[in-house]
Design a binder for this molecule. Structure first.
Ligand SMILES: [Zn+2]
Length: 100
């Protein structure tokens, strides 16, 4: 039996732009629209606000990260997150892993 291809969000493009490019775009789009794990409360409730900006529906934390997905927690130590200071358990290990 033939393998069934899953199109997802790129079905809207029809037959245009090439299979490989559509496939790559589909992977990114599904990644950016799904819920991600919150670096502060660890609930899977983080949604994308806009490119690189993410917000948690559970603890309301708003933070920057990768444009299309939530990667390493580079932004946890940023000054904008001072109101999260009571949650020290997440904070300490981050400064060492920052490599930018
Ligand atoms: Zn949260």
């Amino acid at each position: 039996m033939a393998k069934k291809v899953k199109y997802g969000s790129v079905k809207r493009l029809g037959a245009r732009y090439g299979r490989t490019l559509r496939f790559k775009l589909g992977k990114i789009e599904s990644e950016q629209s799904k819920r991600h794990k919150c670096p502060y409360c660890t609930y899977v409730q983080v949604r994308r606000v806009s490119a690189g900006i993410w917000q948690c529906n559970k603890c309301d934390a708003k933070f920057t990260n990768k444009a299309y997905t939530v990667g390493k927690l580079a932004s946890v130590t940023s000054s904008s997150m001072n109101r999260e200071a009571e949650q020290e358990s997440v904070k300490p290990a981050q400064e060492a892993s920052e490599s930018e």
